[in-house]
Design a protein. Structure first.
Length: 539
């Protein structure tokens, strides 16, 4: 039986950089999740004949939320849902299923790299028929809808058993429960040369993959251990847990410190990688060596010819404005266009769909290609392994060669977390007002060449997005300031620093960025306004 339930709006259902993210307890408020889903359905309009993919990263509240979503979809007239077994799907696997099945989009229930559990975060990523998350024009409509919602529709029925593969029905709606891993693995086999990778492991090559107790464990075991022949136990923290076993599932130097320490110890394997909660982020490590995500993107772009899916050529590359310019230097020498977009994967979607780019990435441990419309953590690791297999070189050798060929961008991101929203907003507003006067100013050996907000004109749909403030220096260095759009409370100021060097390639990053950091702190008056003398997290 379909029930119509009266509800009252919540004022805060505005999507950020990657969907709607909130404290789990906020999401668990009466009708909160339902309001948001109904607002999406209301925005889409007629649900007849529509097909969606549904899954999640297994975090706390996933099971409850998926059942609500199923019942609401059935009540709203959706034709079919394709759901990962037990409600599990990584974000990249979900995007792939949306494209493969020509669906109208889908829902990945995840707060990505944010901690999970009852006291952690919960989130909803909503994608449309592109297989990528909806553009701001659509999320604005959903937000407007959520502020006026007065009722939602839900099927009054028992929960659907998501453990059994096959098709069941709820009312007129079909529910196909599929193996969460199978289609994704097949896609990876089409992109990469699995025989070459098997040979690599046969030759004694060792790796560690850290799934951070999140969704990629089963994908990684199937691919790395069962198919490619990496030693059993190569995949660690492989069982998805509702609270990620207390780990903060963000693969970076701070939150995957255990893996970094391991790779800098005498027990290190030849290669290591990690993924985040929903499997779209990646971290790459070699023996006593860390590859920055910006360098990783540049290296993938320089080595696409080793990958069967790209060997006949790629259209172009793209990066977010905050990402270092390393990939653009590679593109320039290879006569490829390099697009620079705002932070957030959704900005790459139009460029991929219009065949302007094939590879893209962000400094925030994300890289991917047009095989799907999300970033892809396991794909990035398979790409790296393929380069190693083809060249016989180590992670460190591959990275150093890239620096020699194209120069090295010393790069680091500094996050100032837990700020009061008003303080952060005022800091950004005042800084923006100050920018025009900065051009030509000297700070020690650094001279400002240009200072302005980053404004993106989408070449495909003509939309204009303003995101972040950028100070460029005459020596090629750059400071970018942005406020995070993925937090669930307060504000986080991100300060991104880049200094390209063509001679001194083996220096310590923090030392190389020391002066630039001081300029960044002083110009924005960070200490005076926030009380913080240093960042909470450096990545
Ligand atoms: C962060 C990253 C951004 C990424 C997003 C989703 O967003 O900075 O690059 O696309 O997570 O993974 P932010 O919190 O900075 O808005
Ligand atoms: Zn993620």
């Amino acid at each position: 039986m379909i029930k119509t339930i009266a509800t009252t709006p919540y004022a805060d259902q505005k999507m950020g950089t990657g969907g709607l993210r909130k404290k789990t307890k906020v999401m668990m408020q009466p009708n909160y999740f339902e309001n948001f889903i109904q607002s999406i359905f209301n925005t889409v309009g007629d649900m007849k004949g529509k097909v969606f993919v549904v899954g999640g990263d297994g975090r706390y509240y996933n099971q409850t939320a998926i059942q609500k979503l199923i019942k609401m979809a059935a009540a709203n007239g959706v034709k079919k849902l394709i759901i990962g077994q037990n409600g599990f799907l990584s974000t990249p696997a979900g995007s792939h299923l949306m494209l493969k099945n020509h669906t109208n989009g889908g829902f990945i229930l995840s707060a990505s790299h944010n901690p999970g559990g009852e006291n952690g975060d919960f989130g909803i990523k909503y994608a449309n028929e592109t297989g990528g998350q909806v553009p701001t024009s659509v999320s604005d409509k959903i937000y407007a809808n959520s502020k006026n919602i007065s009722e939602y529709k839900i099927y009054d029925a028992p929960d659907v058993d998501l453990s059994k593969l096959g098709t069941v029905k709820l009312g007129d709606m079909e529910i196909e429960i599929i193996d969460s891993v199978k289609d994704y693995v097949e896609m990876m086999q089409e992109i990469f040369d699995f025989d070459a990778l098997k040979k690599l492991f046969k030759s004694g090559f060792t790796m560690r993959f850290d799934a951070m107790n999140a969704v990629t464990g089963p994908y990684a075991i199937r691919i790395f251990e069962e198919i490619l022949g990496a030693a059993k136990g190569s995949v660690t923290h492989a069982v998805p847990l509702p609270d990620f076993g207390g780990l903060h599932p963000d693969p970076n130097l701070t939150y995957a410190k255990h893996l970094v320490d391991f790779m800098f110890s005498d027990k290190a394997t030849d290669f290591a990688g990690a993924n985040d909660g929903d499997g779209d982020r990646n971290m790459i490590l070699g023996r006593s060596f860390f590859v920055t995500p910006s360098d990783s993107l540049a290296i993938l772009a320089d080595n696409y010819r080793y990958i069967p899916a790209y060997k006949n050529g790629i259209y172009g590359v793209a990066k977010s404005a905050a990402t270092s310019t390393a990939v653009c230097r590679v593109a320039e020498k290879n006569n490829l266009p390099c697009y620079v977009v705002p932070t957030g994967w959704k900005y790459f979607v139009n460029l991929m769909d219009s065949k302007r780019i094939t590879l893209c990435g962000e400094e925030s441990f994300g890289s991917g290609s047009s095989h799907i419309r999300e970033k892809d953590g396991i794909w990035a690791i398979l790409f790296w392994l393929s380069i190693i297999a083809a060249t016989g070189k180590s992670v460190a050798e591959i990275t150093r060669e890239n620096w020699k060929k194209y120069g090295r961008s010393y790069y680091m991101r500094f996050d100032f977390e837990g700020l009061e929203t008003d303080v952060a907003d005022k800091l950004m507003a005042d800084l923006e007002n100050k920018l025009p006067a900065l051009a030509g100013q000297k700070f020690g050996t650094y001279e400002v060449s240009e200072a302005a907000p980053f404004v993106y004109n989408d070449p495909v749909d003509g939309s204009v997005t303003k995101n972040g403030l950028v100070i460029d220096f005459t020596n090629g260095s750059k400071i970018t300031y942005r406020l995070s759009g993925t937090g669930s409370s307060g504000a986080t100021l991100r300060v991104y620093l880049e200094r390209p060097e063509y001679k001194d390639l083996e220096e310590d990053t923090l030392t190389m960025l020391k002066d630039l950091l001081k300029i960044a702190m002083d110009v924005a008056e960070i200490t005076k306004r926030t009380g913080k003398t240093k960042a909470d997290v450096n990545t």
